[in-house]
Write a protein that binds this ligand. Structure first.
Ligand code: DGY
Length: 319
């Protein structure tokens, strides 16, 4: 029997699954586990099931000890894990791809609608108690049909967002490290372009690439200036892909029309310049936040953990 440390609250079904074979120490506090407590608890663990709010770095891996075999992130993004440090120590790192694709694409498309149709502004107006009435020119937004969606990062979530956009009559361009399977590209009517072209031709730019050194501030002042002044930026990937200060300034100066953000550069803090603006919709990292999706993510993390502890290949290794 191995010792599995779970660093935050996850759906009970996943804990039960792990408990059928191993001793499980799962953090149950209402707040995130503090760093000191985390370092103390991982000592002697064979497996760590981690949430994206926990930094899994050399310090933590050393605190766990040489018996640690697997770090199973309950997220598709794994920028919180120092993967090379895991690899150096022979530790398998895993993530949860696939199971949150639709939920995240739903939120991306939700943000597209909220931003382009000014639904956030309308909601805030009614709640403010300020007077309003229907008018021919009242809170006019932008139609999506016939417009171009530019997708940065055409993995599963990018493709699922493209599928939704196609149903709304949008044209799709994308920028990605690799070319789409020609059948999928044809089904979506999607054309591969470079980032510069994508920024200049798109009416909505939606980010779906992983975060890492290569994508840090991929969208900064220069890229925002290249976008149409009628365009919108949507981010459901990772906050630091966008230079938030530059985005606040572009929105304030009406260099672009609006934005919809589910993720932030210094979560949970949001750049104060964004909080004062009407033309940005802000939601608190809800991309995968459905009961079904979070359960599926936790179960996949449990499967990854159980596989490694049984000397089998896990379903979703990242190293
Ligand atoms: C992920 O899985 O990376 C998401 O950001 C969680 O919502």
């Amino acid at each position: 029997m191995s010792r599995v440390v779970v660093t935050g609250r996850v759906p009970e079904a996943a804990i039960e699954k792990l408990r059928t074979e191993h001793e499980v120490d799962a953090w149950q506090g209402p707040e995130s586990i503090g760093r000191e407590e985390l370092l103390r608890r991982v000592a002697g663990a064979d497996a760590v099931v981690s949430l994206l709010t926990e930094r899994i770095d050399s310090e933590l891996l050393d605190a766990a000890g040489p018996q640690l075999r697997v770090v199973a992130n309950v997220a598709v993004g794994y920028d919180n894990i120092d993967v090379p440090a895991c690899t150096e120590r022979g530790i398998v790192a895993t993530n949860t791809p696939g199971v949150l694709t639709d939920a995240t694409a739903d939120i991306a498309f939700g943000l597209i609608l909220l931003a382009t149709r000014r639904l956030g502004e309308g909601e805030r107006l009614i709640r403010s108690g300020r007077p309003w009435k229907w008018g021919m020119f009242f809170l006019l937004g932008t139609s999506l049909s016939g417009k171009t969606l530019g997708i940065v990062g055409m993995g599963g979530i990018g493709q699922a967002t493209a599928r939704r956009a196609k149903a709304f009559g949008m044209d799709i361009v994308y920028q990605s490290r690799s070319e789409l399977d020609p059948r999928i590209a044809e089904e979506l009517g999607a054309r591969r372009v470079d980032l510069d072209e994508l920024l200049t031709v798109s009416d909505v730019v939606s980010l779906h690439c992983p975060y890492g050194p290569a994508t840090h501030h991929l969208i900064g002042a220069g890229q925002l200036a290249a976008m149409k002044d009628s365009a919108y930026l949507i981010n459901t990937a990772r906050g630091p892909i966008v230079d938030e200060a530059a985005l606040a300034s572009a929105l304030r100066e009406a260099q672009i029309a609006g934005a919809g953000l589910d993720v932030f550069e210094n979560e949970p803090r949001v750049h104060p310049g964004l909080l004062e603006l009407e033309n940005v919709v802000l939601v608190p990292h809800l991309g995968s936040a459905t009961v079904e999706t979070r359960t599926a993510m936790a179960m996949l993390a449990a499967d990854n953990t159980l596989a490694v502890l049984s000397d089998e290949r896990p379903p979703a290794p990242v190293n």
